[in-house]
Design a protein around this ligand. Sequence first.
Ligand SMILES: *[C@@H]1O[C@H](CO)[C@@H](O)[C@H](O)[C@H]1NC(C)=O
Ligand SMILES: *[C@@H]1O[C@H](CO)[C@@H](O)[C@H](O)[C@H]1NC(C)=O
Length: 510
Amino acid sequence: MLFTHILPLGISCIIALVVTSSLVRKRIYPIPLPPGPRPLPFLGNALHSLSNTKRPWLTYTAWAKKYGNIIHNRILGIDLIIINSETIARELLDRRSANYSTRPIIRSNELAGLAFNTVFLPYGETLRRHRKIFHQVFRAEVSVSYHEMYSHYANELVINLLNPTSDLQQHTRVYAASLIMAVTYGHLAGGHEGPFLTRTRELLDIVKYIASPERAVIFTAFPFIEKLPLRYFGGGLALIERSRELCPQLLNEPFDEVKAQIANGTASHSLVADFLSQAHDDADEDIIKSVALMGFMAGVETTTSALQTFLLAMVLYPDVQAQARAEINQAVRHGQMPCLDDRASLPYLDAILREVLRWHPIIPLGVPHATLDDDVYGEYFIPKGAIVMVNQWALSRDENMFPDASRFDPSRHLTADGKLKDPFASHFAFGHGRRICPGRWFVENGLWTAAAAILAVLRIDHAKDSNGDRIEVIPEFSTGLVVHPEPFHCSFESVNTAREGHLRAMMNSK
Ligand SMILES: *[C@@H]1O[C@H](CO)[C@@H](O)[C@H](O)[C@H]1NC(C)=O
Ligand SMILES: *[C@@H]1O[C@H](CO)[C@@H](O)[C@H](O)[C@H]1NC(C)=O
């Protein structure tokens, strides 16, 4: 979209810029780069990729058939390395992580006031400090210790979904937001449905827009683009302006509210409250603000998308749903809700969640890494400063690993005797190497508790229209850096009145 805004600027101008930049960047490599589409004169491969801006991962997956699982593509003078196999991703991003753990410098992030964004921080001291704090609140043992909180909000989610006018998009988002807000800020006056959530969504949409690899590369290639008059960029720069306004508000407002809560003695236990109650300096304060906001934004977006994908799969695959419910009913007493203690006895449910993250990867192209140094992989040269993308879509569609890959089939994650093959937290969906998602255990526990509670009480089915005909569900997904299912209709019916009654009694006693 931004690219089409730039077009009116005059192709000749762009060509001039590209020629300059490719002259500057030309380098002789000792051995060949990985194979890839031949660069086109002037515009490099830009138009090649940009002709499919909406879902570049599909193009890259198709390229794998032609060029193999590691591909080089030069776009506007920048080297992109696209990895289409899990083995190569692990070899480079995990085993050689010292070389592959930084991020491309995306000038538009800074312009948009988003320099605090943990996800795009270059490798270095600030990132280490951010990750240390994430680790304190989201590491495996700590994430499990929030089990009562997950259950509380999961129960609320089940009751909300039973409401005939319920909006599953909204309820799943509120679930994710409640969990993460409880850990980061505790309870804010606006609650998890208040303006804070609305504005973080607005900011996220901007981030997703300007940080999509193809758009970001334009800003990376032309750092001086900011000097061009705003009117050339249509909506693109207006969004950057808006982001510059939103970031300080979102960093400061919830933080200041917790401060006021501490002053009047109403603060609940949270990352920000705990930090404020200790001695600290202003630099630390900025880091905590960044970590809390980033944790909130990234966590809400991905958890919501995964939960919606789970519900979508349950409508489309009723046999899988029935098998999971049977497993729960066998392991958990009739009137009781499943809890994290039951997890080990419910491997099929765990396999479902692994399959949710595989079936439709939420971040189809991963978050781009960048190389700190030249490297050699097999017979190929990987230049310093290259953007390295793991095409999670291609990993998910690898027919050798996942036969009949477009089918939702949890049993592919189980051995013949029904044991789980791989730990959840090492799923490719969480990324690789030193940039692996630090919130993965929290996400996994939050997803598990919601899925278990939903299946224990509700049957998810096709909704019916006013004539009583069933409304078909066609799985469609949004596009961009993080994708989610397009809104779909389904119905929820209680199939366990004992558990439903138990939930309602618990809610009323609050
Ligand atoms: C304490 O401060 C918070 C934040 O300003 C405010 O929302 C809350 O109403 C206050 N509570 C009391 C009891 O003063
Ligand atoms: C990067 O890779 C090259 C080649 O494998 C190696 O010589 C170099 O030490 C690596 N750099 C770091 C920081 O590990």
